[in-house]
Design a protein around this ligand. Structure first.
Ligand code: SF4
Length: 162
């Protein structure tokens, strides 16, 4: 099985989360043994926000939210959108077979990411900024969240569904 899959870098154990941690996905190595090549990405560090950084959340209109830091209220939407456009242009020139996302992230969450009102009240569910842009750009590209692949059977079923 030769596949090239993009993956949220924290799922590969890269310490790129806001608090310097990771969310290593235990099945990533097994997929390498089967021939998968991972292309890691981290929108928040690669756009220049650094590690550690202040946590962020989605706010506003669920279909077109802004990304705001929770404590100091900095708006990183334009920075993340600009980075997303550049990265998706690169992916358009590469032969990527799919994307595996870290869920619930304001950048990488593919589904069910909380969108808040400025008051702090959760008002809806949406998609992370980069995940939304990617799905809009490549609507037929297979993609899912690692949380949806908790065991090997689910991984193979996902790949067979392409
Ligand atoms: S969820 Fe996405 S933006 Fe957040 S640390 Fe992981 S790769 Fe980076």
């Amino acid at each position: 099985m030769k596949r090239t899959l993009a993956i949220s870098a924290c799922l590969l154990g890269h310490r790129v989360r806001y608090d310097g941690g990771h969310k290593a996905w235990p099945l990533a190595e097994k997929m390498v043994e089967l021939g998968v090549t991972w292309i890691p990405f981290c929108p928040e560090t690669e756009c220049g926000l650094g590690v550690p950084r202040e946590p962020m959340r989605l706010e506003g209109i669920p279909e077109a939210p802004t990304v705001i830091t929770i404590h100091t209220r900095q708006d990183h939407t334009a920075t993340l959108r600009a980075w997303s456009g550049q990265r998706l242009t690169e992916w358009g020139r590469m032969a990527i077979d799919g994307v595996l996302w870290k869920g619930r992230s304001p950048s990488c969450g593919l589904i069910g990411v909380p969108v808040y009102h400025a008051s702090g009240q959760q008002q809806a569910m949406g998609q992370g900024i980069f995940a939304r842009a990617c799905q809009g750009c490549f609507p037929h590209l297979p993609m899912t969240e690692a949380d949806r692949l908790p065991e090997w059977q689910a991984v193979t079923a996902w790949i067979r569904s392409w």
